[in-house]
Design a binder for this molecule. Structure first.
Ligand code: NDP
Length: 337
């Protein structure tokens, strides 16, 4: 069993030496247990938080412990009455080849799922995050302007496409021209702006002549600074993530913008609400599966993955995800099915 454990806590951006590759015997399942073989491992921005030991909504990974992560696996051996060898399951085995489970938290995906890895993306946690945050907190209405960054990632791409289904004008923000072209040509966004452009803030203002009604917050930082003056009265901000700051060690330079933020929220009666998908909305997963399953089947939602072969490449793929080297949902193919 090969696995990546947390070797040390990163200072700023994670580096390869924060992880250690280990190998040991594959365990044998006991009574009431199954042995799972990971086929796909999901890499997600929240894992950066688990590498730190600051207080958060979930406990950190301990030093020497296997890195956490969502997985799609096959049952290899079973001493559990509900599971048979060959079956596919969604679980939380982390960055390793094999795992022993008593079934807690496993979701059955059947004998022959059409796109098993999609349960880690559009039909799983990131898709659910996009759907719930936009619909419940964002409350999109026809004709409104919706802005979302990390626009080609699994959350942002889904937010923008749902926004279009709800009749919004959708302005995406992404890193680089190729991603922006994908957002407009394939995902159907009205506009997509490169966040690296020198005159990004001016372009955003031009792209939002009616102001911004919903800003789905994935990134924070400079993007948020450009968004803030454009927010309309009664705008909504689902606060989903702040990836630009996950590797930060210091406060950003320049004047303290907190008073400006607070005054804007007050004067414009803006609703800004943070949420942690499974903790706040876990009870609504079935509704999500029904609606998103239908949209995907009908071809209304497009989904892009970036699959990297080999568990050994997980640290590099993860480090790249935090700076935008990924183009689509980051998945590691741990083994052939
Ligand atoms: P993505 O695949 O979109 O990856 C993150 C993206 O963020 C990068 O590809 C990059 O896109 C962008 N980015 C990186 N650095 C910066 C920066 N300095 N400024 C602006 N953008 C940057 O990830 P996900 O779709 O999985 O996640 C999106 C967000 O949603 C994250 O913040 C994540 O933490 C959050 N999230 C929150 C959940 C919750 O329950 N609250 C659940 C799941 C996700 P580009 O280069 O194209 O700009």
């Amino acid at each position: 069993n090969r696995r990546w454990v947390l070797a040390s806590r990163p200072q700023g951006a994670p580096v390869e030496s924060n992880f250690r590759f280990e190998e040991d015997e594959v365990a044998t399942p006991g009574e009431g247990q199954v042995l799972l073989r990971s086929i796909y491992l999901s890499l997600d921005p929240y894992m950066r938080g688990r590498m730190s030991d600051e207080p958060s909504y979930s406990p950190p990974v301990r030093i020497g412990e296997v890195m956490v992560g969502g997985t799609v696996s096959r049952v290899v051996a079973s001493n559990h009455p509900d599971y048979s060898p060959g079956e596919w399951v969604l679980g939380y085995s982390g960055w390793q080849d094999y795992d022993i489970s008593d079934g807690t938290g496993l979701v059955k995906l059947g004998e022959n799922p059409q796109h098993p890895s999609w349960s880690l993306g559009i039909l799983g946690m990131p898709g659910f995050t996009a759907w719930m945050g936009l619909l419940d907190i964002g409350q999109p209405k026809e004709g409104e302007t919706l802005v979302v960054a990390a626009a080609t990632g699994p959350v942002g791409a889904t937010v923008g496409q749902i926004g279009k289904l709800k009749g919004c004008r959708v302005v995406g923000i992404a890193g680089g021209e190729e991603k922006c072209r994908h957002a407009t040509e394939t995902l159907g966004f009205d506009v997509c702006l490169d966040r690296h452009a020198d005159d990004f803030a001016r372009r955003l203002a031009e792209a939002c002549p009616q102001g911004i009604d919903i800003y789905y917050e994935n990134v924070g930082g400079k993007v948020f600074d450009a968004v803030l003056p454009l927010l309309n009265t009664s705008a909504r901000i689902p606060l989903c993530g702040l990836v630009s700051g996950y590797n930060a060690t210091d406060l950003p330079p320049g004047p303290d913008r907190l008073p400006l933020l607070m005054a804007t929220l007050l004067k414009k009666r803006i609703r800004l609400q943070g949420f942690i998908i499974n903790q706040d909305y876990g009870h609504r997963i079935h509704e999500f599966h029904q609606e998103m399953g239908r949209w995907v089947e009908e071809g209304k939602i497009h989904y892009r993955e970036q699959i990297t072969d080999g568990l050994e490449n997980a640290p590099q793929a993860f480090i790249g995800l935090l700076t935008g080297k990924n183009f689509g949902k980051v998945v590691i193919r741990v083994a052939d099915d």
